[in-house]
Design a protein around this ligand. Structure first.
Ligand code: DGJ
Length: 735
């Protein structure tokens, strides 16, 4: 920790540091604290009352000496105005009314209805180049808070608080929201909503005075949750336009808000969402909040890149090539027979699949989705010899074996619920309303936890299972008691513990987070799993939006993307194989299709795609995501550029017809401006020619263009029928 920045001392009750204008830091020390890493600067005003405020979060303020940063702080101080406080309140990190703040408070709670007033004074600061640890206290309220702000090497700002009850009676904590200031010109908000089969639909609105609040009360983020709450300059796109966004790394209920106050402040804030009475801190007890992570950039791609880069730096990030996966769900649903599944595995091996995942339907009593959840024993009727014959067949073909589980769920029609009805999570005597005919297993119940952990360990010990597809198909409703031992928060922590224990006991095991598709996508679960099942829809046109907006936070190699059967089960649309494959290429690619019903030419085409996915996956797993703004409606352009700029892949998807015919040029941004790239279309997407069209000159002859030319001028996309795609591969001449 940096010595010079270490300050201690309490702020007397009504005595604001520096008097009414508050121009000095605590005990006369330097007032500005500069945290910096990965191209991001965060400047704290240590002299703000009653505890620090963030004056700047964003562009790296390289160069200025301490004095200039003092001026930066000075420049941010507001004037007193008529009708306001004698000393205007600062938008501090955990602002409260007792500190003069009249916007959404950073912390709320009470002691059995009394003492709701909180004012957290700064006690000490410890800091190094990129991290500040603030110790805040309110002796009267009996609370202490340790607040950590850390700028990571990718330029993300991480915040987390530890709230401690130092009073003599229990403290009911209602809310903790960690705030990230916005530039005043961030007047447009982007968030996402959604539903099953259509997660992360973007929506934009003006950030006017007031609060834009998004809450998740589903006990999991939910298909409608916003993965990112962003605000930026109006019209910000993927390539350009300064934008800031936050993500709550938490798999339970959460809140994010964007607020603009009549006092000239704007900010984003987030945290977990606590039910009434859910967290009661006993004397001496503490609560650790989820981490709230902020990113920013000139355009959403730059913002997203910080998340991807940070996630890829983790020691436990999945680094080996992402195995091409065949998932059995849409191929066979509940129709499990050894003959059918071994034939499917044979067909999968023939096209180059590397991982075979047996989905729902393998365990006791599970002939459809009405029964069996919770009875994690291989069904003896369907599998008299256990899964051994299938697993031996799959691994004999050289494929990894993966298994579907839904450990947090039970059907009422299951042996486990018949034997232990008290293991079902509920907030009252009656069961919560059923969903998909299932209920939630109370993971905070020690016996229930031990049972499900024991069954998972037993399966992992008995079979060479390389991968668990961990599903979660219903919301948590009325989820338990109010004593802090059950409820969504406790359940979420119990889930994390279960995952952590399993992975520690079975090194190398990979886990996918699935929740009816993408209803549990967050960096809390993604720190414990290796990919998310992005959506239950395999429709490539729907997937374009879902994948793009999930990719604002999730690195592409962690997003499951599967090739669909020709008639999409979720939308009924008939889709071209090449379109489906092209859209699945820029993620963790797989197949979900009964390949036993495909003919030879189709399988050869799928095999070609699998080969392309294997060749391109190192680029997908390390590259920088590029989305092109300003493309003509009807054409979607997106790509990935290798970190060294030596190669890239772009997908041009014809989502509909275009108004112009032939369409105008498309730009391929994000490349090294001075390097020259050979551009070629991947067979089999090399655009097919239709009646009345000539060939496309550059496609036929080949072109070599600089990154600058491709960005500034671009090239003519091929004329394509609607719902077709062309994949372009670019290789630098000097590579
Ligand atoms: C929902 C998942 O999203 C599907 O992929 C599949 O695993 C089913 N559950 C199985 O019940």
């Amino acid at each position: 920790m940096r010595d010079g920045a270490t300050t201690t001392g309490t702020t007397p009750d009504d005595d604001r540091p520096g008097g009414p204008s508050g121009l000095d830091g605590p005990e006369g020390r330097t007032r500005a604290l500069h945290l910096r890493a990965g191209g991001t600067s965060v400047v704290l005003d240590l002299g703000a009352w009653p505890h620090p405020a963030v004056v700047h979060w964003g562009e790296d303020l390289t160069g200025p000496g301490a004095e200039q940063l003092e001026d930066l702080v000075l420049a941010s101080l507001p004037q007193r105005v008529s009708g306001g406080l004698d000393v205007p309140a600062a938008p501090t990190l955990l602002p409260t009314p007792a500190g003069g703040w009249l916007g959404t408070p950073g912390i709320e709670g009470h002691r059995d209805g009394s003492s709701p007033s909180v004012r957290l004074d700064l006690v000490s600061v410890r800091a190094d180049e990129s991290t500040a640890l603030l110790h805040l206290a309110d002796a009267e309220a009996g609370l202490e808070v340790d607040l950590e702000l850390r700028v990571g090497p990718s330029g993300l700002l991480h915040q987390r608080a530890v709230v401690r009850n130092v009073g003599a009676t229990p403290y009911r904590l209602a809310s903790v929201l960690l705030a990230f200031p916005l530039p005043w010109d961030a007047t447009e908000v982007l968030d996402t909503t959604g539903r099953h089969l259509r997660e992360r639909s973007p929506q934009r609105r003006a950030l006017t005075l007031g609060t834009h609040l998004r809450e998740s009360r589903r006990g999991r983020p939910g298909a409608d949750a916003t993965l990112l709450l962003a605000a930026g300059r109006p019209g910000f796109g993927f390539e350009r336009g300064r934008v800031h966004g936050i993500h709550v790394a938490w798999s339970g209920n959460h809140r994010v808000l964007a607020e603009r106050t009549p006092t000239g402040d704007a900010f984003l804030a987030g945290g977990d969402l606590l039910a009434a009475g859910e967290v009661v801190l006993a004397p001496g007890a503490e609560l650790v909040t989820p981490e709230v992570i902020g990113s920013w950039g000139d355009g959403l791609d730059a913002l997203a890149h910080r998340f991807h880069d940070a996630w890829r730096r983790r020691p436990h990030h999945p680094r080996r090539p992402r195995p091409i996966t065949l998932n059995t769900w849409e191929a066979v649903y509940f129709d499990h027979t050894l003959a059918r599944l071994t034939a499917l595995a044979d067909a999968a091996a023939e096209v180059g699949v590397e991982r075979f995942v047996l989905d729902d339907g393998w365990f006791r009593g599970r002939r459809d989705d009405s029964a069996g959840l919770g009875d994690w024993f291989v069904d003896e009727g369907v599998w008299p010899d256990g899964l051994h014959p299938l697993v031996a067949h799959v691994t004999g073909l050289g494929l990894e074996f993966g298994l579907w589980v839904e450990p947090e769920m039970v059907n009422a029609d299951s042996d486990v619920v018949r034997a232990h009805p008290d293991w079902v999570l509920r907030g009252r005597t009656a069961l919560p309303p059923a969903a998909r005919q299932q209920q939630v297993l109370d993971l905070t119940h020690p016996d229930a936890h031990a049972f499900v952990a024991g069954r998972l360990h037993a399966l992992l010990d008995e079979y060479p299972i390389a991968y668990l597809k961990w599903d979660h198909n219903r919301d948590l409703l009325d989820a338990g008691g109010t004593d802090g031992t059950s409820g969504v928060r406790a359940h979420t922590l119990a889930l994390y513990r279960l995952l952590d224990e399993l992975r520690a006991a079975h090194p190398g095991l990979e886990v996918e987070s699935c929740a009816s598709g993408g209803a549990r996508v967050d960096l809390g679960i993604l720190d414990r799993t290796d990919r998310v099942w992005t959506s239950d829809t395999l429709d490539p046109l729907e997937r374009l939006t879902i994948q793009r907006y999930t990719g604002l936070v999730v690195p592409p190699e962690m997003m499951g993307m599967h090739l669909t059967s020709p008639v999409v089960h979720s939308t009924g649309r008939t889709v071209d194989l090449d379109l489906s494959a092209a859209v699945a290429l820029l993620g963790h690619a797989g197949i979900e299709w009964d390949l036993t019903r495909t003919d030879g030419p189709t399988r050869r085409r799928i095999a070609q795609w699998v080969a392309h996915a294997k060749r391109l996956r190192p680029l997908v797993a390390t590259g920088r995501v590029v989305g092109t703004d300003g493309t003509e409606p009807g054409i979607d352009v997106r790509g990935m550029v290798a970190p060294d700029g030596a190669s890239a892949v772009f997908v041009l998807t014809q989502t509909g017809t275009t108004a112009s015919y032939p369409p105008g040029r498309v730009r391929l941004p994000g490349l090294d401006p001075v390097r020259r790239y050979r551009v070629r279309a991947l067979d089999p997407t090399a655009a097919a020619r239709h009646a009345g069209q000539s060939g496309l000159a550059w496609l036929e002859r080949g072109v070599t263009l600089t990154g600058r030319e491709l960005d500034a001028v671009g090239l003519r996309p091929p004329v394509q029928l609607p719902e077709r795609a062309t994949v372009l591969e670019l290789v630098a001449e000097d590579a």
